[in-house]
Design a protein around this ligand. Structure first.
Ligand code: SAH
Length: 233
């Protein structure tokens, strides 16, 4: 059973975009996952195919209509569809590698891409949308956020990454940032590769990498270390 992604958007032309290339693109071609885009505008009912309206209470910008979006969602995921329904949103829970892993282990996702000022709260509540943020900044639309989320998920699907082991040592997998990397040439602009890495002593190399990972994490992301010591593992 392959992972099914349905993306609800006003800009289906943005997909698969970067996901049509490299690892994700090959996996898409191989059928490891599938991607369907659904044009929200197709579910508008008036002559002008309106999808948005002015905000209740006044103010700048436009809001995506609950009725049009709900019809799109109901078409894309009829009752009984087991996939989580995500809404890309700066107000959402920040995306983590742990959530990415959970999503990759499931049947797929339905992703709503917001535009304008956002979407009517009633469709978020009425259709049980899980708001997901990709960081504390504002994009012009949910599409780039959906591409980011799908990229992170698809690389974890079985068989997508050539070297499976490389996934386990990566940043965030143990709430640690990854150690630095080096490759040939041995000497570059007067800088050499740390001695221990060319020593051939695997135990020492592992210890050095671990220490570097801990040093970098303490320096740059003390919040991750706090999460580690505070958690049961
Ligand atoms: N007025 C909103 C921002 C709207 S940006 C606010 O202040 O919260 C328009 C759309 O872009 C949003 O509906 C959402 O789908 C998407 N978007 C913007 N920033 C995002 C982020 N950091 N993470 C996920 N989606 C984002």
């Amino acid at each position: 059973m392959s992972f099914r992604a349905s993306v609800l958007t006003l800009y289906p032309e943005m997909f698969p975009g970067p996901l049509g290339l490299s690892l994700a693109g090959r996996a898409l071609e191989a059928g490891t996952w599938s991607l369907e885009t659904i044009q929200i505008r197709d579910f508008a009912t008036d002559r002008h195919r309106t999808v948005d309206d002015t905000p209740a209470g006044g103010g700048a910008g436009m809001v995506m209509r609950a009725d049009v979006l709900a019809r799109t969602i109901d078409h894309a995921a009829p009752a009984g569809d087991p996939r989580p329904r995500l809404l890309m949103s700066p107000r959402g829970r920040p995306l983590t590698q742990q959530r990415v892993r959970e999503l990759a282990a499931g049947p797929g996702v339905l992703i709503v891409c917001g535009r304008f000022e956002g979407v009517d709260q009633r469709v978020i509540d009425g259709r049980g949308l899980e708001e997901v943020s990709i960081g504390d900044f504002i994009l012009s639309g949910g599409e780039p956020a959906a591409l980011v989320l799908l990229d992170a998920v698809v690389r974890l699907l079985p068989g997508v990454m050539g070297n499976e082991a490389s996934g386990e040592e990566e940043s965030f997998e143990n709430d640690l940032l990854e150690h630095p990397h080096y490759t040939r040439p041995q000497e570059w602009e007067g800088r050499s590769i740390p001695e221990v890495l060319v020593s051939g002593n695997h135990a020492k190399i592992a210890a050095w990498r671990r220490a570097e990972a801990e040093r970098l994490t303490a320096e740059r992301r003390p919040d991750l270390l706090a999460r580690r010591t505070g958690s049961v593992r």
